[in-house]
Design a binder for this molecule. Structure first.
Ligand SMILES: [Zn+2]
Length: 355
C-alpha cells in the first residue's frame, strides 16, 4: 500500500487495530487536524532528511548503517510515516548516498517526490532497517509513533535481533501521569544522563545528543549531525508558534533562551546566503542560523517585556490584558498555543522578582 492510497480512515482503522499498549499512546495523541494528515519529505543535506508527518517534524539519517530517526511524530501518523520511510529508504538504497544539499541558489529546494528516483527504483535493493530512535522530548506529538516505528525496525545487542532501540534524556519520560503510565514499548530502551551523549558514528558521521535543561521541558535533547552540519532542535524551536514551555514538566523561558543561544553558538553561518548549519525545528519549516537568531530575539524580547511588567508590579492578568505580544502574534500567535498561554508560561518560569 502506498502512502497515496492510504486514506485517513484506513490509517485510523489501522491504529484501532493496534494492540493494548499502543492504544494508550494513541489516546493521548489527538488526531491531526483535517488536511494536516499528510507525510512530506524534504532532502536536507547528505544523509539527512526532514519528514513532516501531521505537523510534527521527524529527522531521518538514511545510509549504509540503516535508518536513525529523531522523533516519530504522533501515533495517528505511524502507518503513513512507515510507508513513506520505506519508500524513501528503498529509493536511497537503490541510488546510493549521499545526496547533495537542497539548500542554496545552486541546488534549489523542494519537497521530495518518489518519482524523482523512478528509473533507479525499477530494481529496488532491500531497504536497510530502522536501527534506532532518539526522542527530543516525550511529548505525544514527538514520541507517539515510538511503539509502531520501533517494532518495524531492527537492532542487535550481541547476536539477538531486537526492535529498534529508543533513546532519550533520562528526564524526558519522567512526567507521565500516574493514571496513564507509559507503555514499556514506548519508553526509552536506553536513557542518557548529563549534558551530552555521543552515539556511535552512524552513516559516516558523528551523532551527538545534547541535553537542554529546563527549556521546553526538563528532558529536551538537540541532536547534532556533525558531518552533515544539521541540528534536530525539537520543540525549543518552533516555526509555527511561540515556543511551548511546559512548566509542569520542568520547562522555563530562561532555558528556552539558553537553548536557542546554544544553537547559535554551535551553528555556522554561510556568508551572504541561506545555508550553513541547517536547523530542523520541532514544527514548521527548515531553518538556518538567521531564522534562529530572529526567533531567539523574539523570545528574548518577550521575556524582557514580562520581566519589565513584573518589575512594575503588574499581575499575570494585567500582563495578559496588556497584549505585550501583539506585534508578533500575526506570525506566532495563531495556533492552539495562544499568546496568553505563552505569557503565562513565561510569567511562571522566568527569573523575575515577583512580589
Ligand atoms: Zn511538538
Amino acid at each position: 500500500m502506498t502512502m497515496k492510497t492510504l486514506t485517513a480512515a484506513a490509517a485510523a482503522a489501522a491504529l484501532l487495530a493496534l494492540p493494548g499498549h499502543a492504544n494508550v499512546v494513541a489516546q493521548r495523541q489527538s488526531a491531526p487536524a483535517p488536511g494536516n494528515d499528510v507525510v512530506r519529505v524534504l532532502p536536507v543535506r547528505g544523509n539527512i532528511w526532514m519528514i513532516n508527518a501531521g505537523g510534527s517534524n521527524i529527522v531521518a539519517s538514511i545510509g549504509k548503517d540503516g535508518v536513525l530517526l529523531v522523533d516519530t511524530g504522533g501515533a495517528a501518523m505511524s502507518e503513513k510515516l512507515l510507508a513513506a520511510l520505506q519508500q524513501l529508504n528503498r529509493a536511497v538504497t537503490a541510488t546510493g548516498m549521499p545526496q547533495k544539499s537542497c539548500v542554496g541558489v545552486v541546488q534549489g529546494c523542494s519537497w521530495w517526490n518518489s518519482s524523482t528516483f523512478l528509473p533507479a527504483t525499477a530494481a529496488p535493493a532491500a531497504p536497510k532497517p530502522i536501527v534506532g530512535i532518539v526522542n527530543t522530548s516525550f511529548d505525544a506529538d514527538h514520541m507517539g509513533g515510538n511503539v509502531a516505528v520501533s517494532a518495524a525496525g531492527r537492532s542487535h545487542v550481541g547476536i539477538a535481533p531486537l526492535d529498534a532501540w529508543i533513546m532519550a534524556h533520562e528526564k524526558a519520560p519522567s512526567h507521565q501521569p500516574k493514571s496513564s503510565p507509559l507503555p514499556p514499548a514506548a519508553g526509552p530502551s536506553e536513557a542518557y544522563e548529563g549534558d551530552s551523549f555521543k552515539l556511535n558514528f552512524f552513516n559516516g558521521e558523528g551523532v551527538v545528543l545534547w541535553h537542554m535543561p529546563a527549556a521546553h521541558t526538563d528532558g529536551d535533547t538537540i541532536v547534532q549531525f556533525r558531518g552533515s552540519e544539521v541540528l534536530a532542535a525539537g520543540d525549543v524551536l518552533n516555526m509555527t508558534s511561540y515556543p511551548v514551555i511546559d512548566v509542569e514538566k520542568g520547562g522555563s523561558i530562561d532555558g528556552v533562551v539558553k537553548a536557542l543561544n546554544w544553537i547559535l553558538d554551535v551553528a555556522v553561518v554561510e556568508h551572504m546566503m541561506e545555508g550553513g548549519t541547517l536547523i530542523i525545528p520541532g514544527h514548521g519549516r527548515l531553518t538556518d542560523s538567521a531564522d534562529v537568531a530572529y526567533y531567539r530575539d523574539m523570545v528574548t524580547i518577550m521575556r524582557d517585556r514580562v520581566r519589565a511588567a513584573v518589575k512594575k508590579g503588574m499581575t499575570l492578568q494585567q500582563i495578559k490584558a496588556a497584549k505585550i505580544t501583539r506585534d508578533y502574534d500575526g506570525r506566532f500567535g495563531k495556533t492552539s498555543y495562544t499568546p496568553d498561554m505563552f505569557i503565562e508560561a513565561v510569567y511562571k518560569s522566568c527569573s523575575c522578582a515577583k512580589s
